[in-house]
Design a protein around this ligand. Structure first.
Ligand SMILES: [Zn+2]
Length: 138
């Protein structure tokens, strides 16, 4: 399934560089002891940038909610409808959520609450680049 190619900015570049190395590495505030995602210049909680570091996470999660997209205005995705959009909670930090198309799971067959694992899909049209995704584990 073709994905939008991320355009990193100065703040998000480290995150996408790690993704291209097939590592999921999140910002972590050492003052608040919390991960944050998506990437931001300051901590969501204390508002400071000084204590933000990068920490790799294991990439295990669970599906919180799922829906199915039947129509889209995104031209690259029109050939894929219907497709899953799932909200994934990271097991190491359940307050961190990701959106996933659940590659390998047919639309309408995404099991609520199922465990998922991190995978990296090569980006079409961007050699050497990847996108983080989530796959239902058996
Ligand atoms: Zn903080």
């Amino acid at each position: 399934m073709p994905k939008t190619i991320p355009q990193p900015d100065e703040v998000s570049k480290p995150f996408w560089d790690f993704v291209d190395q097939q590592k999921l590495t999140l910002q972590y505030c050492t003052a608040c002891s919390r991960y944050q995602y998506p990437v931001r210049a300051q901590c969501y909680d204390c508002g400071k940038a000084d204590n933000l570091t990068w920490k790799e996470v294991q990439g295990k999660g669970h599906i919180l909610e799922t829906m199915v997209v039947h129509d889209t205005r995104v031209v690259r995705r029109k050939i894929d409808v219907p497709f899953n959009v799932a909200l994934v909670s990271l097991d190491e930090a359940p307050y961190i959520n990701f959106l996933s198309n659940l590659p390998g799971t047919t639309a309408h067959e995404a099991p609520q609450g199922a465990p998922v694992e991190l995978i990296f899909e090569p980006l079409e049209g961007a050699p050497g680049r990847f996108i983080h995704e989530w796959r239902v584990t058996k």
